[in-house]
Design a protein around this ligand. Structure first.
Ligand SMILES: NC(=O)c1ccc[n+]([C@@H]2O[C@H](COP(=O)([O-])OP(=O)(O)OC[C@H]3O[C@@H](n4cnc5c(N)ncnc54)[C@H](OP(=O)(O)O)[C@@H]3O)[C@@H](O)[C@H]2O)c1
Ligand SMILES: *[C@@H]1O[C@H](CO)[C@@H](O)[C@H](O)[C@H]1NC(C)=O
Ligand SMILES: *[C@@H]1O[C@H](CO)[C@@H](O)[C@H](O)[C@H]1NC(C)=O
Ligand SMILES: *[C@@H]1O[C@H](CO)[C@@H](O)[C@H](O)[C@H]1NC(C)=O
Length: 300
């Protein structure tokens, strides 16, 4: 326990010093006129990202399935200051939609600077029931559509030295804990299929990042690792099942946008997630048991 205390104390002091001397490289004005394609934009974190981009004066294409909701988000974005804004309803479980959506965005905005991939299919927060078809479907929505959207958008992103921003989760990250450069991961219960799709994203986009750098193609790849965020769906899913407090969606949305704009490889939100991951790697004994103690489950 003493060792843990010392590590916590030391990381706390280091984090404090960094925060004090840190010069924020994020310049919101630079997002003025930036051309953004944002998925999962009708609700939750995606909706909040739309409002931030609008305030910063970006040109935006929103997409999700529900047209009426997209229309409302679009109207609010206009009042907030979006330079140009369009929406296109699309269901990402259909393999032909990603390319159509990118074509629409490129045609409306004349190119893209940011592709922000954020949508997810309906997630059951429960134990594995053996529904293989559901896993296959979720893989299509959460993973294959990301690959297809990226493939369609890469030429315009490369031309504009743009950015790919991928929203992922703590439940599914191979982490290069930066100070120690230790690989690690934190698997969690009740998220079998969801975790699988997020692990897949991590593998694909971390590998793609290497290849883009090797080919001197200047497109940044930012992977965002989030903890529990207070969106309606997440709160509904986890209520009574997990004892972890949720962080605010507008702040999570801003952290993602900031990470994309400053071209960092990884974003952790809330900030202490990185410390948690650090401890996870450093203290392998009993960590599974400690993690499970945050979940409410009594075996029948
Ligand atoms: N909230 C959390 O606690 C949390 C934690 C870690 C990571 N994240 C990540 O953050 C991102 C956003 O999560 P969130 O909580 O904001 O989710 P959310 O509130 O449930 O929003 C999901 C968005 O995806 C869209 N969507 C759903 N099914 C779709 C489909 N088949 N095709 C196209 N779009 C679809 C939804 O709009 P329509 O229904 O109109 O299609 C909605 O705009 C996700 O990548 C998630 O993994 C969230
Ligand atoms: C960001 O904007 C500032 C002025 O506001 C400008 O000097 C700088 O070159 C811009 N950076 C990029 C990467 O566009
Ligand atoms: C890549 O593009 C960004 C944004 O335009 C620029 O700031 C950066 O210097 C470029 N990097 C390289 C290696 O050309
Ligand atoms: C744990 O779950 C049970 C039902 O499965 C519920 O009745 C109980 O209130 C939950 N406990 C907490 C602390 O959320």
């Amino acid at each position: 326990m003493k060792a843990i205390g010392r590590v916590l104390c030391a990381t706390g002091i280091v984090a404090g010093l960094i925060a004090f001397f840190w010069k924020d490289p994020f310049i919101p004005e630079n997002l003025s006129g930036a051309r953004v394609l944002l998925t999962g934009a009708s609700a939750g974190i995606g909706e909040q990202m739309a409002y931030h981009y609008a305030r910063f004066g970006a040109e935006i294409v929103l997409t999700a399935r529900r047209e009426a909701v997209l229309q409302k988000v679009m109207e609010k974005c206009l009042t907030l200051g979006a330079k140009k804004i369009f929406y296109i309803p699309a269901d990402m479980s259909s393999p032909s939609e990603p390319e159509k959506v990118v074509q629409f965005a490129v045609q409306k905005l004349g190119g893209l600077d940011y592709l922000v991939l954020n949508h997810i299919g309906m997630t059951h927060f429960q134990m594995w029931t053996g529904d293989v078809e559901y896993t296959r479907w979720l893989m299509q929505v959460n993973f294959f559509s990301y690959v297809a959207l990226t493939t369609a958008a890469l030429p315009t992103l490369e031309k504009n030295r743009g950015s790919l921003v991928i929203v992922s989760s703590l439940t599914a990250s191979f982490l290069a804990v930066s100070i120690l450069s230790f690989p690690g991961k934190i698997p969690t219960p009740f998220t079998t299929s969801y975790s699988a799709t997020k692990f897949a994203l991590d593998g694909f986009f971390s590998s793609l990042r290497h290849e883009l750098i090797m080919q001197k193609r200047n497109v940044s790849v930012t992977l965002c690792i989030l903890g529990l965020i207070d969106t309606d769906t997440a709160l509904q899913n986890t209520r009574g099942k997990v004892h972890i407090s949720a962080s605010p969606a507008p702040e999570a949305a801003l952290a993602i946008i900031r990470g994309g704009a400053t071209r960092v490889q990884e974003v952790f939100y809330p900030w202490w997630l990185q410390q948690v991951c650090c401890l996870w790697v450093l203290f392998p004994t009993n960590r599974g048991q400690v993690l499970r103690s945050y979940y409410n489950y009594s075996s029948p």
